[in-house]
Design a protein around this ligand. Structure first.
Ligand code: AMP
Ligand code: MG
Length: 395
């Protein structure tokens, strides 16, 4: 049997990294910056008002209350700036440029709000309510480092310094293909012996949640010709093919029949669930074959495919965070295999409770779980209160 870490390394290597492309900011959420982002401009780009009020010379309001003539308005966005004459005020709005000659802003709350003349009730120090050019970001400085993950704030900053596109490793395109002659489209009638196809939508959702781009090819029957036809039609437009089903030890194992000897290697991995795995290249395109049982498929995706997809986009820690928690009940595990049980984690109490048994068909329990519980290969039994590794399955 192949070890879990060995198969993971093989899948990560197989998937590789996607090329760097300049993508519009709106397409970059969750991606990783490929090169340092240097700002060409200062932030703020110019001295501007932090308040709605009046641009003044602080000396002119030192003896407040005083009344000053209002020489004009400077709304945000005004670019032709009048100079502030001695003994006058200019009405100014938040974000508007501070006019030459002014050294302070009196907030509107300290005045009568006049438009021709303004009565200023209180004095303000020099520099009051002025946001200085460059106090946030200096021109020429690195604002985001290569390797930074692009969340909402990072994308906002990139826009603020004028970037319309960012260099990132693009999202891998993943063909999701389910196999099985027993499968039926949800929403249609079911005959005895048939089941609704569920791996496709589940794995496509997992691909999306990992940051990659799924193409969901519903499913094909256990027929090698149909399977090859579906693959061949889409092969040229994807970076990875992800199949489910048809890889175990029985007859009618369509994925195995179609791909063994065609570049894909099938192996037993020392884990539970998810023992039958396959990986390789079919006509040059990376293929990862997952077992068909829904829990096996989803756990295998978590253990092998999600880290590979995230590594392909340049994430430095492509795996889930690993926490530790105490079991609320005992757990049995097959010695010699790494077990991934589904659990509910209580981070406040520091505990984790298994949901459902080890069976790989227990999709109902999988849907209640928010984490995987990892039981190392050598252990056959764990007691309530034992510390285990927990991998939270947050989006
Ligand atoms: P297989 O690996 O093809 O032998 O499938 C193992 C088990 O998973 C069988 O009970 C299948 O019916 C089930 N299964 C396989 N593919 C799917 C799928 N796409 N949706 C739901 N169940 C599936
Ligand atoms: Mg099958």
């Amino acid at each position: 049997m192949t070890g879990v870490d060995e198969h993971l390394a093989a899948v990560v290597e197989l998937v590789g990294v996607t090329p760097v492309a300049e993508l519009p900011l709106a397409d970059c959420l969750g991606l990783v910056l490929a090169r340092d982002l240097v700002s060409a401009i200062a932030l703020p780009p110019f001295d501007n008002s932090a308040m709605d009020g009046y641009a003044v010379r602080a000396a002119d309001v030192a003896d407040a209350p005083v009344e000053l003539p209002v020489a004009g308005d400077i709304p945000a966005g005004r670019v032709d700036l009048p100079e502030l004459a001695h003994g006058t005020a200019l009405r100014i709005m938040t974000g508007a440029p501070v006019p030459p000659g002014a050294d302070a802003v009196v907030q509107v709350e300290l005045t009568d709000g006049g438009t021709e003349r303004v009565l200023v009730h209180g004095d303000v120090p020099e520099g009051a309510h002025i946001r200085r050019a460059g106090e946030d970001v200096r021109p020429g400085s690195v604002v985001l480092r290569a390797g930074a993950e692009l969340g909402a704030a990072q994308l906002g900053l990139a826009a603020a310094v004028g970037a319309a596109v960012l260099p990132v490793r693009r999202r891998p395109r993943v063909l999701v293909l389910s196999t099985g002659s027993e499968l039926v489209e949800p929403g249609t009638p079911l005959l005895h012996g048939q089941i609704y196809e569920s791996n496709g939508v589940m794995l496509a959702a997992a691909v999306t949640a990992a940051g990659a781009l799924p193409t969901l090819l519903r499913f094909v029957p256990d027929d090698v010709a149909a399977f090859h036809a579906a693959l061949d039609e889409h092969l040229s437009t994807v970076d990875l093919v992800l199949t489910s089903g048809g890889v175990s030890a029985g007859a009618y194992e369509v994925v195995k029949d179609a791909l063994a000897g065609n570049g894909v290697e099938f192996r037993k991995v020392a884990m539970q669930p998810g023992m039958p795995q396959g990986a390789g290249r079919y006509r040059g395109v990376p293929v990862v074959t997952l077992p068909g049982n829904p829990v096996s498929a989803q756990v295998s995706f978590e253990v092998f495919v999600r880290p590979a997809l995230r590594a392909a986009m340049g994430h430095r820690s492509p795996g889930r965070p690993r926490l530790s928690a105490r079991l609320t009940e005992p757990v049995r595990s097959p010695a010699g295999r790494r077990q991934f049980r589904r659990g509910v984690h209580d981070p406040v109490a520091g505990t984790v409770s298994p949901v459902g048994g080890p069976g790989s068909h227990l999709l109902g329990a999988l849907a209640l779980a928010d984490c995987l519980i990892e039981v190392p290969e050598p252990l056959a039994e764990l007691a309530a209160g034992d510390l285990v590794t927990v991998l939270p399955l947050a989006p």
